[in-house]
Design a protein around this ligand. Structure first.
Ligand SMILES: [Zn+2]
Length: 576
């Protein structure tokens, strides 16, 4: 039709194409990569088979969509302006991570968007959740395209030879830098390109947003961090800004930059970009301050001989409780974080320790979408009303605080040592079990002593929520410390009759009379083996309790249709 020549229609067509999110133009993640380092040979992508795996819909459904919308009404106009700039910088981190994670990301995204077969919607969604075509929950199995994931993601060229691998592992060649991408030069030799150069367009833009935010904020600690981090994007030197991040004390906060090295699953050398943009709830922060003041009293009252108590334990690493406003990059892909501990730089940790940040609204989201249906399936109906999100959050918070209580440094045979060193391979399991059990004990102990921090009915709410939480934790398997720790607690409390199973209904309940004494008994056992450096006792308790009895395996089998994790949708800052 001749009317198609109309400039208006052409413009409309161009707008539609640009807006389809097909990895083109404004949406291409590689627009943030310096021109001379952009993906060149992506022809192999076109050879992929675009029919996704048959169970793609079920895989996508394992992630329940959750609207994440913290209350921002108390923020000033300046603080809201700061948030806008931080999220704009964070969106760039989200794109940079995609470049790091997936070779030829834009070409793949175009293919996936163009696919018109069955399961189109699930496929697009799952590609977004995983930041590429590989299933992060299933050992990076390709769910579309049949493309094999390079173990070193896109941090290295795809065609690495054996000799190349040796070169990368050889630290003298300096290909192992935390903040460099490895590529080939014109002679085919491997070279390390600093992030500041490789991602120059993206990092310059992100730095500009951080500086805009610094100009808007009235908080000096935030301004100092933002200016320093913007400079780090240009210099690849993150030390000073990591130090300033430890000192942040602001209503609006951000964690932004290259941090974790898991994405480089070949070598663990390369840091992946990510961001958490958060707001602090003043009420929560005040409550946290009051809880911290109780730590010396709790230490003095631990079920442990006085000689083993650690009454002058120094100041521990800080804990912050925040609500997530936006996340991007490494942390946004796959399983969602509810707490993180940064920075990783040992020099910063030596000077200032590290900071634990708890994402309260993400915990609430997991409570609603995962813990609630687990409880509905496995907790006796008369106790179901006791399962509540506040108790779920409080247990996580007191678990973290409990890591700072009890034996730490020890003297064994006149020698100074640490619990971590003497318990060796059993340490993580025993320490996680201790923190879980003590977290429960702390709350009951404070409540018994008449403190009024906690909601009415806490003596029942906390144990029943704890019972439901154990099923959620052992669901991830009992091959690592957290799963083992939960299996120990479950089996110990069953043995003491503190929790019980009704074979007729298949449901579990708490026996309140027996619960608190059993918790204290288990806590005592764990503390004594730590204080007495008793490696044999640690091995024995793991041997005896860290297993999956049929009653637990049967219970877990009934949870199969319940989501495994969540996919956050940030209502204040939706994806563009
Ligand atoms: Zn822990």
């Amino acid at each position: 039709m001749t009317r198609m020549q109309s400039p208006v229609l052409l413009l409309l067509a161009a707008l539609l194409l640009a807006g389809c999110g097909g990895g083109e133009g404004d949406h291409a993640v590689n627009r943030w990569v310096a021109e001379n380092h952009a993906d060149t040979d992506c022809d192999w992508v076109a050879e992929g088979d675009l029919a996704p795996l048959a169970d793609i819909a079920a895989r996508a459904e394992a992630y329940a969509v959750v609207e994440v919308a913290p209350d921002l009404s108390g923020l000033s106009a300046a603080e809201k302006g700061v948030l806008d700039e931080l999220v704009a910088a964070g969106r760039i981190m989200n794109d940079l991570f995609r470049v790091q994670a997936t070779p030829c990301y834009d070409a793949m995204q175009r293919q996936v968007t163009g696919y018109g077969g069955p399961d189109t919607k699930a496929l697009r969604r799952y590609f977004a959740i995983n930041a590429g075509p590989w299933d992060r929950r299933m050992h990076h199995e390709a769910f579309v395209g049949g493309w094999e994931r390079p173990e070193g993601a896109n941090f290295y060229p795809r065609d690495l030879t054996r000799a190349d691998l040796d070169d990368i592992a050889d630290t003298n060649l300096e290909l192992d830098g935390l903040f460099t991408m490895v590529r080939r030069d014109e002679n085919g030799d491997l070279v390390a390109i600093p992030y500041s150069e490789f991602f120059a367009p993206g990092l310059a833009q992100a730095a500009a947003h951080l500086r805009n935010a610094a100009a808007l904020t009235e908080n000096a600690s935030l301004r100092a961090f933002l200016e320093s981090r913007a400079a780090a994007f240009m210099s690849d030197d993150y030390f000073e800004s990591d130090m300033l991040w430890m000192d942040l004390d602001s209503r609006v906060e951000v964690t932004i930059g290259p941090y974790e090295v898991y994405e480089d699953s070949k070598f663990g050398f390369k840091a992946a970009f990510e961001t958490f943009v958060t707001v602090t709830d003043p009420e929560q922060s005040a409550a946290l301050g009051a809880y911290k003041d109780e730590l010396p009293w709790l230490e003095a009252n631990l079920p442990l001989a006085d000689e083993h108590k650690n009454l002058d334990r120094g100041s521990e690493s800080p804990i912050r409780v925040v609500d997530l406003v936006y996340s991007g990059g490494d942390t946004r892909a796959g399983i969602q974080t509810i707490a993180f501990n940064l920075p990783n730089d040992e020099k910063v940790r030596e000077a200032k320790g590290s900071k634990k940040v708890l994402l309260r609204n993400m915990m609430d989201a997991k409570f609603d979408k995962i813990l609630t249906p687990i409880a509905e399936t496995l907790v006796a109906p008369e106790q179901l009303p006791y399962v509540n999100s506040r108790s779920f959050f409080m247990h996580t918070l007191w678990h973290e605080m409990s890591h700072g209580l009890g034996p730490g440094k020890l003297v064994v045979d006149g020698q100074e040592t640490e619990v971590r060193l003497v318990l060796k391979d059993t340490y993580s399991t025993i320490e996680e079990a201790k923190a879980d059990v003590m977290g429960m004990w702390d709350i009951l102990k404070l409540h018994d002593a008449g403190r009024d921090y906690f909601p009415d009915g806490i003596a029942k709410k906390q144990p029943v929520t704890f019972l439901a939480g154990m099923f959620r934790s052992v669901r991830f398997g009992i091959n690592e410390a957290h799963g083992q720790a939960n299996a120990i607690q479950f089996n110990y409390l069953m043995e003491k009759g503190a929790i019980a199973h009704d074979p007729a209904t298949g449901k579990f309940h708490v026996n309140f009379e027996r619960f608190a004494p059993a918790v204290e008994l288990l806590l005592n056992e764990l503390l004594v083996m730590q204080a007495e450096a008793d490696y044999a006792a640690a091995q024995a308790i793991i041997e005896r309790y860290a297993h999956m009895p049929p009653v637990l395996a049967d219970a877990l089998a009934r949870l199969e249709s319940i989501p495994v994790d969540i996919e956050p949708v940030f209502s204040h800052y939706p994806d563009q």
